[in-house]
Design a binder for this molecule. Structure first.
Ligand code: ATP
Length: 265
């Protein structure tokens, strides 16, 4: 069964329904939706993750912050299954998915908006969005496209144009929209504000806040630590492949170490 929630939390767009799996909301007091235990991963001799443990309950937004090279992207890629892990395990909804292929994880509802957007420039915006729905039954795609267009009206206007003609900010919206077409139970957002002008950064964070307000479960990796922690329920500070600190978003924003190292305060 699905709940239909309103998008009215997004000040930029009209209210548009987007189906959110109801278990995501009901699970907030149950076992974690995502539990990562001692995750390690390497690129050859470079040990990128050295034992990361993390939890996310249904409906939570968890922020991953840290400097360049701390391991945020590698961690998200391990979750979506495109980066192999060398140790530890990943439990999703109680199931050990550590050895599951990326496409099967996507079918279970783990959908990623990757760093650098990675949209397919020569394909139309609509075809890019359709690619995000390749695991979904055909009959729901038209409705889901309209919902994504409701969230990102600029994509609706340009739906027939090649994605390569979009600005960086619009491509970011397309990357998020493509991930939403997979009907995520867990949405992975990798640096959604990277390289965007301040006004567009605010637009992208407004959309993330709207998704969160609807009860979507989100892991948000961001170098814009203040904005990410301000909207997150909890945050993890990564340093050279380890968790240096964890706490609620508010706690981390108030932490002296975090303030001087990541918030420039
Ligand atoms: P950024 O914001 O710069 O992407 P990050 O926190 O996401 O940083 P990762 O990209 O996960 O960090 O990088 C973690 C470590 O793994 C770094 O030491 C990085 O140099 C290394 N690394 C990442 N990708 C590769 C790769 N394809 N080949 C070799 N080393 C890599």
């Amino acid at each position: 069964m699905e709940l239909t929630l309103s998008r009215s939390a997004n000040p930029m767009t009209p209210s548009t329904p987007l189906p959110i799996p109801s278990d995501q909301l009901a699970a907030s007091h149950a076992a974690p939706l995502l539990r990562v235990e001692g995750l390690t991963s390497a690129y050859g001799r470079i040990q990128a993750l050295k034992g990361i443990s993390l939890e996310l309950r249904g409906g939570e937004t968890v922020a991953l912050v840290g400097a360049n090279g701390a391991g945020k992207t590698t961690f998200l890629r391990c979750l979506s299954g495109v980066q192999p892990i060398s140790g530890g395990r990943i439990l999703f909804d109680g199931e050990d998915i550590s050895a599951l292929r990326a496409d099967k994880r996507m079918r279970r509802g783990i959908c990623q908006s990757p760093e650098g957007r990675q949209v397919f420039g020569p394909l139309s915006i609509e075809d890019n969005l359709r690619l995000g729905a390749y695991t979904q039954p055909r009959q729901q795609v038209a409705g889901d496209l309209e919902r994504v267009y409701g969230l990102f009206p600029v994509l609706a206007e340009k739906r027939r144009l090649p994605a390569g003609t979009l600005s960086g900010g619009q491509q970011q919206m397309l990357a998020i929209g493509r991930a939403l077409m997979g009907r995520p139970r867990l949405l992975l957002l990798d640096e959604p504000s990277m390289g965007l002008a301040p006004l567009l950064v605010e637009e992208v964070f407004a959309v993330v806040r709207a998704l969160k307000a609807e009860g979507m479960s989100i892991v948000l990796a961001e170098q814009n630590a203040f904005a990410a922690l301000a909207l997150a329920d909890r945050g993890y500070v990564l340093e050279t492949g380890t968790v240096a600190l964890e706490g609620s978003g508010t706690e981390l924003i108030g932490n002296e170490q975090v303030r001087s190292a990541y918030l420039g305060m």
